[in-house]
Design a protein around this ligand. Structure first.
Ligand code: PLP
Length: 361
């Protein structure tokens, strides 16, 4: 099987073992004579798949009983509005801005409540997590929102802000379950599974149950109320069955590889190799300040657009795929999610060295 080195920002690389298991199961899931895709979401067989996936995800992050784990659809984009719709009480929310995704979450929330930035790194081109000391969080705010890992700018929170008891909401779309996660530090976490935990189509929401309101205004569609999905065990309507099955397989794979501590060790090793290569390089430069660097998305460039384009083209020719930076940032971005093998980063390091040799400064 010839597989490329897949640095895609998402949907992204899956563990080969998981793909092979899914392929084996595809026409006939465990001797039942049908595939998971053909099963009723109300069948006992699918009920078992979903219950096992939930149990494994709960075990991985030690999710306490007073937190619900919901299997939803609509991606993080739907959460940008579901969060304010469901958490609004006093009509205020505070945001730490780290660029595109954090801004989008704030803009969307601003359609439902008074959304305000309490910190931003816009002034330095989002090359860092802003200073989190002495944030002017409104004590009556309904929540404080962060994007824990900014996929586009390549920044990641390594410590969480002190919100003084205001529930913290995290968009973990690009770093969920890539390292140990203390769920209790959050009131609510949301993430699509298509980067670290499976395929597109499934959005995980982990929410403290006391934040789930039943008395939402009648203008909130039932489908967009957390209470609807909590009461229905994530089967209010047809859930994304195959995506849930795939996330279950990835959860199993993570458990067998030492859980989230094991994942963190592998992810740190990959990121260390790449950042060290960039820091030693006379040609390439990592975009983000050292203390804010993402272990998931490494953004870098030569500072010369034409040279960056040549690098990406040469990379593709060598089977190093998905390295083109986000369109508004340019340069390169290497996404090193859970399933990316260490060997892929070694191959990228070797190509960086080769390219440097061919383009002396
Ligand atoms: C941090 C972050 N938030 C939100 C999104 C949007 O996610 P979705 O496309 O699942 O709505 C992305 C997508 O890449 C992301 O990386």
């Amino acid at each position: 099987m010839a597989r490329i080195h897949n640095f895609s920002a998402g949907p992204a690389v899956l563990p080969e073992e998981v793909l092979l298991e899914a392929a084996r199961d595809l026409p006939d899931y465990q001797g039942k004579g049908l595939s998971v895709m053909e099963m009723s979401h109300r069948s006992a067989a699918f009920g078992d798949i979903m219950a096992q996936a939930e149990a494994d995800l709960r075990q991985l992050a030690d999710i306490p009983e007073d937190y619900a784990l919901l299997f939803l659809q609509g991606g993080a984009h739907t959460q940008f509005s579901m969060v304010p719709m469901n958490l609004v009480r006093n009509g205020k929310a505070d945001f730490v801005l780290t660029g595109h995704w954090a801004q989008k979450a704030m803009d969307e929330a601003g359609r439902f409540l008074d959304a305000r930035a309490v910190a931003s790194s816009e002034g330095t081109g989002y090359d860092r997590i802003p200073d989190l000391k002495g944030l002017n969080i409104r004590p009556e705010a309904d929540y404080v929102h962060i994007c824990e890992n900014n996929t586009i700018f390549g920044t990641q929170f390594h410590t969480l802000p002190d919100t003084g008891g205001v529930p913290l909401v995290g968009d973990l779309s690009s770093d969920i379950f890539s390292r140990p996660l203390d769920v209790r530090q959050y009131g609510l976490i949301y993430a699509g599974t298509q980067k670290n935990l499976g395929i597109a189509g499934l959005t995980l929401v982990i929410v403290r149950k006391d934040l789930v309101r039943e008395d939402l205004p009648g203008t909130v569609p039932l489908m967009l109320g957390y209470h609807t999905h909590l009461k229905a065990g994530s089967r209010y309507n047809t859930p994304p069955t195959f995506s849930i099955y795939m996330t279950g397989l990835v959860a199993r794979w993570l458990l067998s590889g030492g859980g989230l501590a094991g994942a963190a060790q592998r992810n740190e090793r990959k990121a260390r190799l790449l950042y060290e290569t960039l820091d030693e390089s006379p040609l390439f430069k990592a975009r983000v300040q050292e203390d804010s660097r993402s272990l998931m998305n490494v953004v870098f460039s030569t500072g010369d657009q034409a040279l960056d384009e040549r690098f990406v083209k040469g990379a593709e020719a060598r089977g190093l795929s998905g390295l083109k930076g986000y369109r508004t940032v340019g340069g390169m971005r290497a996404s090193l999610y859970n399933a990316l093998p260490y060997d892929s980063v070694v191959a990228l390091r070797d190509y960086i060295k080769e390219f440097e040799g061919e383009h002396p400064c």
